[in-house]
Design a protein around this ligand. Structure first.
Ligand code: BMA
Length: 856
């Protein structure tokens, strides 16, 4: 025991003597000021100018009411950040000392003790400088000068003889976003405000090391099967002197897997070595198995066996392919993971805040846990935001959420500047390298909707604004350079064979044409909401992979209260329309609402009905896509989250409240789904399963009226193979109702395996506005166990879209906005730190009937 203790202490000492020394400069005291002003104010790093001004009470809350309008001056100023930090001999005596900014937003000059050491111009890159000779023993001064991202590029815009097409998401008159490698949505989007930020938006560190540093480790998968994983450790190493070193690779729980002598040259080296991990445990997407993650530690030792550098990374082992094979209907577009076809269920993800450093781990967790808890297995990181924080991908790895990763380009063409292309190549390689070890990364995609945009008439229009064909060719060629050459080259060079898709949506890789194709590739279908197609059109517009479709709603009343005043509580008030950025606006909601619901006059009820409408629309689509497997193999709705409190297509609002849609997604994305649809006078009941095992059970169909009287019933044993979809029951509609009114009838379907309910769903014959709902008497019982509450609800009649609320508390319930069938108890659970008596006082149960005029 004692000997063990001594040897582990010795081990720790060796490691720490060898370990690089790091100073976290983000946690130092920082200050900032507007350039030209004499007043320095305390600042937070990582952070932004806007959030620092807010913390110092120099500006009001940017998201509150229409404050956004008065805060546009901030991006036209230059800002300066400064800190001092102490450095001692221990660091100064290292062979090298490197200063690293993981993110500078965006045009920044960095000065160390008055000397300029860096000039940054891309918020997506890491900026590093060797600073050993510039550091002083004692107090050092670090300052960052941010140029206004607007004024910096205005002269470039003005000097161009033509205007480059940029979508009107960029809310300024002069659309400057494309001149700067910065998140597109900062300039405004159809769900977000315009706040063109500046700041040190990711951590800053100072690292000293001796002899050699491992700058990057890639554990590449050469081949993988249940017997063994053939892996390759790829290291980027900087060495002070040439010499033989020993490379060792360990895997947590597996011990030493590789030991090999390597020759390092003085300067930068690429070191590669193959090794094997026997009987690897595989990483699976959510719902298909475990998310095994291996921690690999890579070490370089000197000839005496002393560690001189080490790095640990985590990765899961899994095979992934994008299968595009010709078939009788066109060409497939689906992902195979570990040899199994996977139907991708999920949503598009936008940055969770306009002020990126405000997104804490808890906020990332909330979205990713919500996705995983709703049976999702894919999120698309959309191209108008940012390559997300490591934290985001770590959580996706842990929860089995695959990531469709766009490069950061959306809805615009880009200037034909050579230095911009070089900057983009650098950005692409850095981000591919940063993210390639994550098993969650499934695909790299060049851009969001650029060809789709210019083929939708936009192109023709803007062509006329360019003075010469040469200019237009230059822009077109720049598109091809970036998306057909630069980005795929970075993926090919630095990742391990993950697919690259040049643009979404696209019928064909590397195609510039965007035809409304349904037979190949992926599709963004916006005929519903964007166009005038009825919601039912989702049933027929089914592509091979639906990477976008969406429907708007407002956040619920509890959230509206957080950004608006009572005087604003009307959909068309100045404040609510200020938080509605879609050009269709509220008319998009009301036009569809009148087809499905009686439009409530009361604002709070209007918000509620709007959420139901969104959930019904997206339910139609989610279920249609899943019924169509294996023809269709993906359903990612637009969008899971918000960057500020607003009307948008989101299923979870800015504050984290689940909208009715998120609960519906949880139901519609369940592994086993029963889904009924009208088909030429029949009701077709489909059984869909994403399970890797076959499904078997007893299906029971009941036709009941809204008071619970049983009119007809059918029962039969059904079976479905793994990963399948088929019609398990067909009912002719004609004559089914007999003399009963379809306005008061519902068909319920339940699939049971013994006592266990495998799936259930309802089919209504009429839209909610045409249903004769009567006031229901909903009773409930609340019980508590630990921090978990259980609510058992029961109703004498059908209550549609029952909403449970506990005051304005932010609570995620196990289910909400659900139909309560007559005399069938329904149990929901939730967690809350509030005591039971407080919960009891604040519980509010309502249903659709409460919003409808009292006809009956
Ligand atoms: C899509 C996206 C976004 C947009 C959304 C809603 O096509 O790619 O650009 O915000 O539609 O209009």
């Amino acid at each position: 025991m004692f000997r063990y203790f001594i040897s582990s202490v010795l081990m720790m000492l060796t490691v720490s003597a060898a370990r690089a020394q790091q100073l976290n400069l983000s946690t130092q005291a920082w200050k900032f000021r507007e350039v030209g002003s004499n007043t320095w104010l305390p600042a937070t790093v990582p952070g932004t100018v806007h959030t620092d001004l807010l913390a110092n009470k120099k500006i009001p809350d940017p998201f509150y009411r229409n404050n956004e309008k008065d805060l546009q001056w901030i991006d036209e100023k230059d800002w300066e950040y400064q800190t001092t930090f102490a450095v001692g001999r221990a660091l100064l005596d290292k062979d090298r000392v490197e200063l690293a900014f993981e993110g500078l937003d965006t045009y920044a000059d960095v000065f160390l003790n008055g000397e300029k050491i860096l000039q940054a111009d891309n918020m997506f890159r890491t900026w590093k400088a060797e600073v050993k000779s510039k550091l002083k023993n004692g107090i050092n001064n670090l300052s960052v000068y941010f140029h206004s991202p607007i004024n910096k590029v205005l002269p470039v815009y003005d000097s161009l003889p033509y205007t480059i097409p940029v979508s009107n998401n960029d809310q300024a008159e002069k659309r400057l976003s494309i001149f700067t490698r910065k998140a597109g949505y900062h300039y405004g989007w159809d769900w977000g405000p315009r706040f063109v930020t500046s700041g040190i938006w990711r951590p800053v560190t100072l690292t000293g090391w001796n002899q050699a540093a491992i700058n990057d480790v890639f554990i590449k998968q050469r081949s993988l099967n249940p017997q063994q994983a053939l892996l390759n450790a790829g290291l980027e190493v900087t060495a002070i002197t040439a010499g033989i070193k020993q490379l060792e690779v360990f895997a947590e729980g597996r011990g030493l897997l590789l030991k090999k002598d390597v020759l390092l040259y003085k300067g930068d080296n690429n070191v590669n070595a193959d090794f094997t991990l026997v009987h690897p445990e595989l990483w699976w997407p959510n719902g298909m198995g475990v998310q095994k993650l291996y921690q690999f530690t890579v070490m370089l030792k000197d000839t005496a066996g002393k560690i001189i550098a080490q790095k640990t990374i985590r990765r899961g082992l899994r095979n992934i392919e994008l299968v595009q094979e010709s078939d009788s209907k066109g060409r497939s577009f689906y992902f195979k993971v570990n040899g199994q076809p996977v139907f991708m269920k999920g949503a598009n993800y936008i940055p969770q805040d306009n002020f990126l450093p405000s997104v804490t781990r808890t906020r990332f967790e909330h979205i990713i846990n919500s996705a995983a808890g709703s049976h999702m297995n894919m999120l698309r990181v959309w191209g108008g935001g940012v390559y997300q924080d490591d934290m985001f991908y770590n959580l996706c790895d842990e929860k089995g959420i695959l990531v469709w990763q766009d490069f950061m380009f959306a809805c615009a063409l880009f200037p034909p500047f050579e230095n911009l292309k070089q900057n983009i190549y650098q950005e692409a390689t850095e981000n591919v390298k940063r993210l390639r070890n994550h098993p969650s990364i499934a695909l790299w995609c060049g851009n969001n909707e650029i060809p789709a945009f210019f083929n939708a008439g936009f192109w023709g229009q803007v062509k006329q604004t360019w003075k010469t064909p040469r200019d237009s060719a230059a822009l077109f060629d720049t598109y091809k350079d970036i998306f057909h050459h630069i980005l795929p080259a970075a993926v090919k060079a630095y990742d391990d064979g993950k697919p690259y898709w040049s643009t979404t949506p696209s019928a064909d890789n590397y195609s510039m044409e965007q035809t409304p194709e349904r037979m190949t590739g992926d599709l963004h279908y916006w005929g519903v909401w964007g166009g005038t197609d009825p919601i039912e059109a989702y049933n027929t517009n089914v592509p091979r992979f639906m990477s976008e479709y969406g429907f708007q709603s407002f956040p619920e009343m509890s959230s509206v209260k957080q950004f608006a005043d009572p005087g604003d509580y009307a959909a068309n008030s100045a404040v609510m329309t200020g938080h509605q950025r879609s050009n269709k606006g509220n008319a998009g909601i009301t036009d569809y609402m009148k087809e499905w619901f009686v439009i409530p006059k009361d604002f709070e009820q209007f918000l509620y009905a709007g959420q139901l409408l969104q959930a019904e629309a997206i339910r139609t689509a989610m279920e249609a896509h899943r019924r169509a497997r294996p023809y269709c193999m993906g359903s990612l709705f637009w969008q899971i989250d918000d960057c500020w409190p607003a009307a948008s297509w989101s299923s979870i609002d800015y504050y984290g409240r689940w909208k009715a849609l998120q609960y519906q997604a949880k139901r519609s994305f369940a592994t086993v789904l029963l889904s009924a649809v009208d088909n030429n006078g029949n009701i077709d009941l489909h059984l869909v399963s994403d399970s890797l095992k076959s499904v078997k059970g007893v299906l029971q169909l009941q036709l009941i009226d809204f008071d619970g009287h049983l009119l007809k019933q059918y029962s039969q044993t059904v079976a479905l193979e793994a990963n399948g979809s088929k019609i398990v029951y067909q009912l002719a509609k004609k004559g089914l109702a007999g003399t009963y009114s379809t306005r008061q009838m519902v068909l319920t379907a339940v699939l049971r395996d013994g006592q266990k309910i495998l799936a259930k769903n309802q089919y209504y014959f009429e839209k909610p506005k045409d249903q004769e709902l009567r006031a229901a008497d909903i009773k409930y019982q609340l019980t508590q166990k630990g921090g978990t509450y259980q609510l058992v609800l029961r109703s004498n009649r059908l209550a549609r879209f029952v909403k449970v609320a506990v005051g304005d508390e932010l609570i995620v319930f196990s289910d909400n906005y659900f139909d309560l069938l007559p005399n069938q108890p329904c149990t929901i659970t939730f967690k809350s730190p509030l005591p039971a008596d407080k919960i009891k006082q604040a519980v509010k149960i309502s249903s659709l009937k409460d919003t409808m005029p009292a006809k009956i």
